[in-house]
Structure formats: structure tokens, C-alpha cells
Design a protein around this ligand. Structure first.
Ligand code: BGC
Length: 702
């Protein structure tokens, strides 16, 4: 008979003592657990919790979704700050905002009594049609890791666990639960695993979530190569490997295959990590008890670090919907907006404007609704729509009119939405006709991909009509993934990409349009002219995959995003790193601290002088790319290896310093199964976008 502890005894068990090291607390608790209790810890108890072990007073470890706030479904149906979507955050190119956002969301997670945030998502954008593009940072591993490292640190500095997901190559929602990604070793590591590796090594996230899909024929949740060999052994990951929700619910996966691969926690309930199955497997010597122990220790370690062992009264209370969080939300939205086209009409010269028409399907649309877009959906206590935001900032004298022909200027709010049929499509069956309609128009949503790059036909018709009535029609896009604009961009004087800007979006948009904020965002993803120009869209085998064999072939290799456009000399509509400002900048005096790098751990600083040559204050994002000219393998024409954002008043000059690290220049060498660089010259290119390089220099790698 196992010891039954009284409440008083539990309060005095060493594992409850927060003065002891967490490792000691874990060991104390671990040795008190029976095998059955350990098995109960290996799978979900309620949809977002681990099992409590009441006999020893162990509470559940509770999780909630992100990445732009505490989601409504997993946050106990609560309303929380809705921050801008991840694409908006990445478009700020401001690492500090990622760090602050991580900290702010962690405070909200704590306030809702949760311990782990199921974010950030760090999959690389392979196709602009991926329904979850709005949840990811971009098409480039460097920008992705730079943001995710800061986000994870921000979260975990508050003792809330972060979870990087979806490990790995979950790059499409179509067939996400069954498709096998067929990918070569170099591409897997150099493009898709690279940001996971860096975040694990530099920010130590407590959780890694597996993907639903198969990778080279084996599901992510029992993929020994990915989990055991790479994540645990090669990278030394110490935390919990959790399944995506329901990712183990296939016959091919067994208790043995999952445990052996190194999967720690099965969510939302145990299908493989069930008492009877695990006892049988132990008895038949298919599994070792030590594998169970290892998984349990990992779960307990995170539980200990995030406050599960502590008296809830001793934990910080956290905070949600604070003024600071609302301001941060607005700041991210402001800095993330990307001005794509401007013939000088923006910012509006409001002194000369007497009437404005605000039109379009997204002018008053609220995006924060339960499951709207999928698991990431945050419902906020309020949401400032563009129309409300603009009204907040317009002088009373300016009239709002409906008829564009009677307006001095028309603001047309277009874009996508989260498609209320889309999120959790697999869980809640949707009538076929409704689904067809949703696919026709294409939305940003988990569980489904967009069907086309272009805006819905009705919106294109609206642009054509409105422009006829008022040539001063500005298009403001609200969406989370690239939009094709070939058939209308020439006709409009300005286009502003506002993304899904969170609960303060309307105020942020108004400030940019009226010139109180000078736009400084730049694209973290290429906007192609047409979908066939994208790397994954050369054949149906490459996307969405062969429907018979359920395989999708990553034949483009490492040439994803701008790497592809440059290799094949395809002009995109807007290149990676692009974004206009209301001012202009000049670049001078590029200098390198030294001209030689010795080994991958070496690094050097470059400096460059940036001057604001226009008449308004503004921020510039200085981007550094590398081109390895003497490699033994085929290398991209450019790869992002550094960036910095600076603010300058008119006529001001500042020297920007950017560190170049050997590791960021490396390629994945399949001969040594590791990062490598061949001795020789590497070009260093400094510019304001991937296609606007102002200065260059060279270093030698030896
Ligand atoms: C999503 C994950 C999410 C999980 C829990 C899954 O369907 O793919 O990103 O964290 O559900 O809600």
C-alpha cells in the first residue's frame, strides 16, 4: 500500500520547498511516485492539462495556446489582450518587441493560472498559401530564430514555459495530419531545423511540440531521428517533447515507437501512453522502465520550474489586459505595418481634406473570436477596428461619407480573414458547400490552406469600381500572408500592409495614415506576383503533394523564399525585407572590424553610417546579407545574417554596428552531418531590403 499523505504532510514534503534547487525537488517527488502514477503523468488529463497526482499533492501542469495572447479556448474561455499576429511582429524587425511580447503574454498566462504557453510557432514559410502563415515569423531561418529567441526568453524570464512548435516541416495545413514530407538532409537542417536548433541552444525553451505530419515516412511524434538523435542527443534538449494535439492517434505509432524515439508527453489524452499498453510493453521487454523515468523527470522538471510544485499564493499573480499590454499591442501594430506603395498621397495632408470615405469588408471587422483562425484565437475585451480608430483621430471638421465620388480620399480596407469555417475544421465538420465557399476565397486559418494568392474577386471588383469613382483610393490590407496584386496595384496610389494588428489595430492604422507614425515595417516574407513563381508551386507533387501516395516533395531544396526568387531571377511583387517610409535614408562608410573569420565560433562587427536624408523622423532597418562565393556546394545568392533597426531625426547620422557570426554563414554539410564553411571569400552586402543593396565588402573565411 502506498503512503497516503495528509495535507499537512504534503505541505512539508521537500519537493514543496521552494528554497531547494529544482533538481532536488524533482528527485524528491520522483522517488515518491509509483509506476502507475508516472504513467499517468505521460499523457493529458483534461484537454490542456497534465494529470494531477492527488496522493502526493501534485497539481496539474496547465497549458494554453498562443502565440499572440492567451487563446480563448485553452485559456478557460477568458478574454485577454489580443496582440498583433506573428507576421506583424516579425515585420517590425525589432527584437526588443519580441522580448517584451513574450514577457507580457507570460504575465497573462500566469494570471489565468497556466504554466506553459504553447508558442511560438517557428515553422518556415514555404508557400504563401499555408493557412497558418500568420502565426509564423517568415521565410527565413535567421529572422525566425532572432525573434523566437527573444520571445522565448521573454516568456521564460517570468517562469512560464515556452513551447516551440511544430517540430518540424509542418509547412502546410492541407493534409497536415497524414502527409509525408520528403526532404533531403541538407534542406531539413539548413532551412527548417536551423531555427529550432538555435532557439534550443540560445534560449532553452521548456517544451518542443512535434508536428502532425510525417517526415520522410515517419510521423513527427515517433521519429527517432528527429527527436532522439537530433533534438535530444545532438542538441542536448533537456525539456519536454510534447505531441501536437492528437498527433499520435494513428495505428503506425506504438507505445514502444514513441517512448523509444524520446516523446515525453502525449496530448490531449493518452492513446499510446496508456496504463495497460505500457505495462504490457514492459512485461514483453519492448520498452525499458528507464524511458518512462526519463520522460517523467522532464515533465517534473518543467513543472518545478514553472511553479506547479508551489503554493499558488506564493506565485506572482500576473496581469491581463493592462494598459501596458494594450500599449505594447499598439506599438507592435504601428511598427509592423509595411508601406508597400506610395505615390506621395500618404501621410494624408489632413488640413486639405474635408471628407473621407471608409469602405471595404475589413473596415469594421473584428478578428478576435473563439477559434477564429484556429487554436491561436484570442478574444480581447475590446477591439478597435480601422473605422473606429480613424474616427478617433480625425478632426471633427472632416466628414465621413459613404460615396467615394463625394470624398476627397477613400480608404479601402481589404484583405483576408480567419474564415469562421476554417479553424479546427478537422474537429467540427463543416457542410461541404460552406467549405467550398471558404476555399474559394481563401483565408488565414489553421486546418486549411488558402486556395489562391489573389484577393477574392468581389474585392478586386470593389477596387476597380472605387478607383473609377475616386482615383485617390488607398488600399489598406488586413491579412497574415502574401497577397497577389498584379491585376490592381497599378491603378491605386498607395497600399499599406497592416496585417492582423490586434485589439489596438484601428488606432495604429489611423496614426500611420495621418502621419503621426512614420511606417518602418519591412516584409519578413516575399510577396510573389503570381503563385507559380513561388518555390513550392512548380508541380502538384511539390504542393500540396501527391494525393495517392500522400507525399509532398521538397524538390526546391534550400531555395525557399527569396533564395528561390534570386536563384531563378524571378522578380517578386515585393521582395523580402522591403518596406517604404515617409522619409529617406542614405548608407555610407561600411567598415569591418577585421577581414578574416577563423572558424565557425569566430565573429566580427561591421559598422555603417545611416543618415536620414528626408524631412521626417523615421526608423530604418539595416539588413546584412552574405554570399559565399567559393563554396563547394550550391549556395544562395544572398542569405540574411544580421539586421538592426535605428531611429533617426531628419539630417541625423548614426553609426550602426552589427555582429556577423561564423555560424550564421555556415551551410549544413551532409558529409560531416554538421555545419561547415569552405575556406575562401564571402561577400557581405548591406542594404535596405534583399534587393536594395547599397554597400558591399568581403571577408575571408579560413
Ligand atoms: C495545433 C497546435 C496547438 C494545439 C493545442 C493543434 O491543433 O496545431 O498549434 O498548440 O492544437 O491547441
Amino acid at each position: 500500500m502506498d503512503v497516503i499523505y495528509s495535507k499537512q504532510e504534503i505541505a512539508h514534503l521537500p519537493y514543496r520547498n521552494n528554497k531547494l534547487d529544482v533538481e532536488k525537488r524533482v528527485e524528491d517527488l520522483f522517488k515518491r511516485l509509483t509506476l502507475d502514477e508516472k504513467i499517468r503523468l505521460l499523457s493529458g488529463h483534461r484537454i490542456f492539462n497534465t494529470a494531477p497526482i492527488n496522493r502526493v499533492g501534485l497539481e496539474s501542469m496547465r497549458m494554453t495556446d498562443g502565440p499572440f495572447g492567451v487563446s480563448m479556448l485553452s485559456g478557460g474561455l477568458t478574454k485577454n489582450t489580443r496582440f498583433p499576429c506573428t507576421k506583424s511582429l516579425a515585420a517590425t524587425w525589432n527584437r526588443d518587441l519580441a522580448n517584451k511580447l513574450g514577457g507580457a503574454i507570460a504575465d497573462e498566462v500566469r494570471a489565468r493560472g497556466r504554466h506553459v504557453l504553447l508558442a511560438p510557432g517557428i515553422n518556415i514559410d514555404r508557400t504563401p498559401l499555408n493557412g497558418r502563415t500568420f502565426e509564423y515569423y517568415g521565410e527565413d531561418p535567421y529572422i525566425t530564430k532572432e525573434f523566437a529567441i527573444q520571445f522565448v526568453k521573454g516568456v521564460q524570464d517570468k517562469n512560464i514555459g515556452a513551447c516551440i512548435k511544430h517540430f518540424v516541416v509542418n509547412n502546410q495545413e492541407i493534409l497536415r495530419k497524414t502527409i509525408s514530407v520528403e526532404i533531403d538532409e541538407r534542406t531539413l537542417h539548413e532551412v527548417y531545423l536551423r531555427s529550432f536548433e538555435s532557439v534550443i541552444k540560445e534560449a532553452n525553451p521548456y517544451f518542443v511540440m512535434t508536428c502532425y505530419n510525417k517526415v520522410n515516412g515517419i510521423y513527427g511524434s515517433d521519429n527517432s531521428y528527429l527527436i532522439r538523435e537530433v533534438l535530444l542527443e545532438k542538441w542536448g534538449f533537456q525539456g519536454v517533447v510534447v505531441t501536437d494535439w492528437g498527433a499520435t492517434y494513428h495505428d503506425e505509432l506504438t507505445p514502444k515507437s514513441c517512448l523509444k524515439a524520446g516523446l515525453s508527453l502525449e496530448m490531449p489524452t493518452g492513446r499510446k501512453y496508456k496504463k495497460k499498453l505500457l505495462h504490457d510493453a514492459l512485461q514483453n521487454h519492448e520498452i525499458e522502465e528507464e524511458w518512462i523515468n526519463d520522460a517523467v523527470r522532464r515533465i517534473l522538471l518543467v513543472a518545478g520550474k514553472t511553479g506547479v510544485f508551489d503554493n499558488p499564493d506564493s506565485l506572482p499573480i500576473g496581469i491581463t489586459n493592462s494598459y501596458d499590454h494594450q500599449s505594447l499591442s499598439r506599438q507592435i501594430a504601428e511598427e509592423g505595418m509595411v508601406l508597400l506603395k506610395n505615390n506621395g498621397i500618404l501621410p494624408l495632408d489632413i488640413a486639405s481634406i474635408n471628407s473621407i470615405a471608409i469602405l471595404g469588408p475589413n473596415k469594421n471587422k473584428k478578428f478576435g473570436k473563439l477559434l477564429y483562425g484556429g487554436s491561436s484565437a484570442v478574444k480581447p475585451p475590446y477591439e478597435v477596428t480601422p473605422q473606429v480608430g480613424i474616427k478617433n483621430y480625425l478632426p471633427d471638421r472632416v466628414k465621413l461619407v459613404q460615396d467615394p465620388s463625394k470624398a476627397d480620399v477613400t480608404l479601402l480596407f481589404l484583405g483576408l480573414n480567419h474564415d469562421k469555417d476554417g479553424g479546427r475544421r478537422e474537429f467540427f465538420p463543416i457542410p461541404f458547400l460552406k467549405r467550398k465557399k471558404a476555399l474559394k476565397y481563401g483565408h488565414d486559418s489553421e486546418g486549411a490552406d488558402r486556395a489562391q494568392l489573389e484577393l477574392p474577386h468581389s474585392q478586386i471588383a470593389l477596387i476597380e469600381n472605387t478607383i473609377k469613382q475616386n482615383p485617390k483610393t488607398i488600399v489598406i490590407l488586413i491579412n497574415g500572408s502574401p497577397i497577389g496584386m498584379n491585376n490592381w496595384i497599378e491603378s491605386v496610389p498607395a497600399v499599406l500592409e497592416a496585417w492582423y494588428g490586434g485589439m489596438e489595430a484601428g488606432n495604429a492604422i489611423a496614426k500611420v495614415i495621418l502621419g503621426e507614425i512614420n511606417p518602418s515595417g519591412k516584409l519578413p516574407i516575399t510577396f510573389p506576383e503570381k503563385i507559380e513563381d513561388s518555390p513550392a508551386h512548380k508541380s502538384s507533387e511539390m504542393y500540396p503533394g501527391d494525393l495517392e501516395s500522400l507525399k509532398v516533395f521538397y524538390d526546391e531544396g534550400i531555395f525557399v523564399g527569396y533564395r528561390h526568387f534570386e536563384k531563378y531571377n524571378i522578380s517578386p511583387l515585393f521582395p523580402f525585407g522591403f518596406g517604404l517610409s515617409y522619409t529617406t535614408f542614405s548608407y555610407d562608410s561600411l567598415s569591418l572590424e577585421k577581414n578574416e573569420l577563423k572558424g565557425l565560433n569566430d565573429s566580427l562587427f561591421l559598422s555603417v553610417d545611416i543618415t536620414n536624408t528626408g524631412s521626417r523622423s523615421g526608423s530604418e532597418i539595416v539588413q546584412v546579407y552574405a554570399h559565399d562565393v567559393e563554396a563547394k556546394v550550391d549556395r544562395p545568392f544572398k542569405e540574411l545574417i544580421g539586421f538592426e533597426k535605428i531611429h533617426l531625426d531628419p539630417n541625423d547620422t548614426k553609426t550602426v554596428k552589427i555582429e556577423i557570426k561564423g555560424k550564421d554563414l555556415a551551410y549544413y554539410d551532409v558529409n560531416i552531418h554538421d555545419w561547415n564553411l569552405d575556406p575562401g571569400t564571402i561577400k557581405i552586402l548591406v542594404g535596405s531590403s534583399s534587393q536594395d543593396i547599397h554597400l558591399e565588402s568581403e571577408i575571408v573565411y579560413s
